[in-house]
Structure formats: structure tokens, C-alpha cells
Design a protein around this ligand. Structure first.
Ligand code: GRF
Length: 202
């Protein structure tokens, strides 16, 4: 299965996927890592793993549509079968999602549908929840609103701030994102409308 990753920042989720791939526990082919940020650490992580990289910096384009067309063309050239968003800081347009004929997945640092959008960990702290976590979901046209594939809770302690909570959630992100990709690759993930059925018995 040919997979590409789009990432805008530090790339720790990308690194966790690459680690499992290098350990032969993630049997996919990383065909490219793209970014809207030329300075993304994720691009360096990909280069170190000898994965092809491409930057699509927003300042090089007149508008979002032009940038997205370049990204889509690149993904098509690569023959992508699964697109993984890993800290990609742009919301994909309806046109992008409709043209992509491969699944697109994302990871979000909260138990959706709570706390979508930016600063999910800060939102959780400010709300005062006792449990938060992370969610892997298919991407649809909304903000962190697509069908949920996997979720994992983590406790929130009284002494937590957004940084300590983010760190606790991130450790779990690094486990469930590779797991979700493994399940998809193994054909164990079936979408039925909003519901995602995981077949773990075979
Ligand atoms: C993660 O918290 C992820 O859930 C969110 O963006 C962050 C990306 O972190 N979508 P990294 O770049 O993978 O380290």
C-alpha cells in the first residue's frame, strides 16, 4: 500500500510511523512526505529516512485552490493509496476530498467530537475534563468531523497544564496512529456511513 504523509511541523507522528515501518511492523510503502512549511522538521525526518519530500509553501501560491491542485497532482503521480495527515495545519477543501480517490486519515489530540480544531489540549484543560485522549478519523469536509477509526483515552490530572497533557496524549498518538494504518492496510477497517467497523478477529 502506497502511503503519503502531509505534515506542517515537528513530525513526531511521522517519526513514529517511520519507526514502525523500519522495524518491519508497518508493512506499507512511504512514497512521499509533503508540507506547506519549508522549514517543517517533518521534511528532515523524511529525508533522513530516504523518503521523497516536497514542499508546497502557501506563500508560493495565489490561493488555496492552486496549492491544493499541486498537492493533488503530486499525490496522483505517486500513486497514493492512503493519505495520512500528521499535524497538517491546513483544512482540506471539499474539492480536494472529492477528487482524492483514496482514503485520507488524520489524528487529533482529543476524544472527538469534544474539542475539535486548534489547541485541543488547552481546550480540554480549560473545560476541566477528567479524561481526554486522541482520535484517528477519516477526513471529511468538516473540521475534525469525519468517521472515527480509533480512540484512546488518557487521564487528566488536577496539576496538568496543556503541555503536560499534550505530552501524555502524544505518547498514545504514537501508538494508535501506526495501529490504525496497520488495520487499514490489513483490510480490517470498513466504513458504514458514520460508523467504522474494525474487524479484529482475522
Ligand atoms: C499532534 O498532536 C496531532 O494530534 C495534531 O497535530 C500534532 C502534530 O504533532 N494533529 P507532530 O507534528 O506529529 O509531532
Amino acid at each position: 500500500m502506497k502511503v503519503a504523509v502531509l505534515a506542517s511541523g515537528r513530525g513526531s507522528n511521522l517519526q513514529s510511523l517511520i519507526n514502525e515501518w523500519q522495524d518491519d511492523s508497518l508493512p506499507v510503502e512511504f512514497v512521499g512526505v509533503g508540507s506547506d512549511n519549508v522549514k517543517a522538521q517533518a521534511l528532515i525526518i523524511a529525508e533522513n529516512a530516504e523518503i521523497m519530500t516536497r514542499a508546497f509553501p502557501k506563500e508560493s501560491y495565489q490561493n488555496r485552490q492552486a496549492q491544493e491542485i499541486d498537492v493533488l497532482n503530486w499525490l496522483e503521480e505517486l500513486g497514493v493509496e492512503l493519505l495520512i495527515l500528521a499535524g497538517y495545519m491546513r483544512v482540506l477543501s471539499r474539492e480536494f476530498i472529492q477528487r482524492a480517490d483514496y482514503p485520507i486519515i488524520n489524528i487529533h489530540p482529543s476524544l472527538l467530537p469534544s474539542f475539535p480544531g486548534l489547541n485541543a489540549q488547552k481546550q480540554a484543560i480549560e473545560y476541566g475534563v477528567k479524561v481526554s485522549g486522541c482520535t484517528v478519523h477519516f477526513v471529511d469536509e468538516g473540521m475534525d468531523s469525519g468517521p472515527i477509526i480509533l480512540q484512546q483515552p488518557v487521564p487528566v490530572f488536577a496539576e496538568d497544564d496543556e503541555h503536560t497533557l499534550a505530552e501524555r496524549i502524544l505518547k498514545v498518538e504514537h501508538q494508535i496512529y501506526p495501529e490504525a494504518v496497520r488495520l487499514i492496510k490489513a483490510g480490517k477497517v470498513k466504513r458504514e456511513g458514520r460508523k467504522v467497523i474494525i474487524h479484529t478477529d482475522s
